[in-house]
Design a protein around this ligand. Sequence first.
Ligand SMILES: Cc1cc2nc3c(=O)[nH]c(=O)nc-3n(C[C@H](O)[C@H](O)[C@H](O)COP(=O)(O)OP(=O)(O)OC[C@H]3O[C@@H](n4cnc5c(N)ncnc54)[C@H](O)[C@@H]3O)c2cc1C
Length: 492
Amino acid sequence: MNAPAFEPVRNSTVDVVVIGAGPAGGHAALKIGNAGFRVVLVDEANEPGGQVWRALPEQLRTRSQDMSPDRIRGDSMRAAIAASDVDWRAGRQVWSVLREPSGFRIDLIGQNSSETIRARALVAATGASERTVPFPGWTLPGVIGLAAATILLKAQHVLPGRRIVVGGAGPLLAAVAAGILKVGGNLVAVVDLNGAGDWARAGGAILGRPGLALRGAEWIGRIIRAGVPIYRRHAVVAAHGQTSIQSVSLAPVDRTGAPSAEGHVHVDADALAVGNGLIPAAEIPRLLRVDQRFDRVLGGWIPVTDATGRTSLENLYVAGDSAGVLGVDAASAGGEQTAETVINDLNGTATTSVLAPGFDRAGRFGGAMARLVRLRPAQVAAIPPETTICRCEDVTRADIDTAIADGADDINQLKHFTRCGMGPCQGRFCGDIVGELLALNRSQTTDEKAVDRERTAIGYWTARVPIRPVPLAQMVGAFDYEDIPVPPPAPL
Ligand SMILES: Cc1cc2nc3c(=O)[nH]c(=O)nc-3n(C[C@H](O)[C@H](O)[C@H](O)COP(=O)(O)OP(=O)(O)OC[C@H]3O[C@@H](n4cnc5c(N)ncnc54)[C@H](O)[C@@H]3O)c2cc1C
């Protein structure tokens, strides 16, 4: 089979590269571009919008009746980018970022092209990835992430299955459940890690955003009217089936998220959408070795920034969920305020870090939601030994416990002992859980504060390129063995 033909590597130099065209990166690029700077906006998706404002595929666009606020805001941002001077690079993955004396070198790959862009300043607005707390059977076909289900429903108009259970925590739970019902899907159970008391504690922040509160109430109303059982303070503890999922086990959990050994409920299902919040996608700042800190509520390890997204590395900024998961409105406002800072820094205008209007309120709401979806140490502590933790490298909890017993007591050692985090996702999905397991072992308690201290002490895996899988043919380019220079034999 012939290797695909790749175009020669293109090179260019601009003022600013923005990575990620979601609400944060899209707005940042527009504002920086409107200020007269040459800005490139890159995303692995084919259209701007990010996760929440994802564009519908062309063939569905005209047929869709969806005029939700997400679609309207996404369409408006896409139109603004198309009408601007922002240099939009669709369908390109950033796989390497390096610091150079004059700025940054960013390497991208597309379908059959490679490109190197140099820029004075870099904004990483790469969003978040989904967190699933593993349980036996979570890798069976038919089990998908809760956030992934939003993509299927919104962008593909596809149901995850015929008898569907949704489980996990936070607002996506009700959004996905209501979305399934809206298109006539058969939703058989909703499994919420939180109880009424947890939601009541978020009540002040929810009521501070009446529009969102109303939307949430509509979702819950639809679930109740459909008569779907809602299991509050429960968690999915197993998915059963030989070649695909056939049923799901749920268990009551206590206040800390620890599942009970009794009172399990079994539900027949051929699909399970389950998710426990989001993890900031901070691979790029991590690759550039910026200062980081651990914040359980904001999603885990995040770069240390000032209020406007400046990191510890000059001219590197982070915006949106990759700086801490606070949701779409905080991401939009954050992108705008980061752009303001980038413009001032490049112009050499002194600024203090001031929050953009709207960020505070959006951040308060996002923070309350983030508390509801935070990782619960007690839930992780209860993962049974046979459960797969790193699905890329097939590493189980028992493998991790054995490595810790054998002396792996820092996070990189654990990686070397077991290969967890060495697969194609480079630990994006398992890194948080592996860190939590090690921290739990070191702290010998499930108390969040004690586990947080250990998470901070053990740090995070050292980031390495490539941050996205890159075909070897693409890395080496058009190359022929005949072209390899062979040095003349050394004189005898
Ligand atoms: C799968 C998923 C579904 C979600 N669904 C919803 C929802 O339905 N409703 C809701 O309110 N919130 C949803 N969220 C949360 C929501 O996405 C965020 O709160 C909000 O979109 C954050 O905006 P952002 O600009 O920070 O990041 P995002 O919108 O996530 O945008 C980040 C962008 O960066 C791009 N990117 C990342 N890494 C690279 C790379 N190496 N190279 C090139 N491009 C890259 C991604 O393709 C993405 O388009 C979802 C999150 C996820 C992960």
